[in-house]
Design a protein around this ligand. Sequence first.
Ligand code: FE2
Length: 175
Amino acid sequence: MSKSEKNRRPSKADKHEAPPIDIGIGTSDRRKIADGLSHFLADSYTLYLMTHNFHWNITGPMFNSLHVMFEGQYTEQWTALDAIAERIRALGARAPGSYTEFAKLSSIDEQPSVEEHDWREMVRQLVVGNEAVCRTARKVLKTADAADDDPTVDLMTQRLNVHEKNAWMLRALLA
Ligand SMILES: [Fe+2]
């Protein structure tokens, strides 16, 4: 910010200054929940990218069915990323948005690249990834529930529904 921009900012006494956040959840609870959501966003982004990567690179007899299945999953996940990041913002925190931050925050270890024809390994990695996202969602859900943060509880419940179902459907392919 330049000096002149700084000078244009309202002073503390300015009656038009944004008031402190007062949504009925204390500052430390909001911070804790937002921190959990940042990890959840990183996990979700990592899984989104893995799923899209496999959509691009799969070859072989399973190409059509898995190319289409992965597309359905990454499209849904892409839309959810926005809701997760915006919940962090509504709680008053900054949403992480770089690969460096996501790599630090994510609980999903990126595996070495998979052979194009090895659809079983792709599916196995996505089962593991979807289940990791579920575990992180459960942690955030607990923290949010303890602070009566219903919108976050609701969001985590929706994401659990999606990722547990994805994990089941992917796992069924390996039976
Ligand atoms: Fe595509």
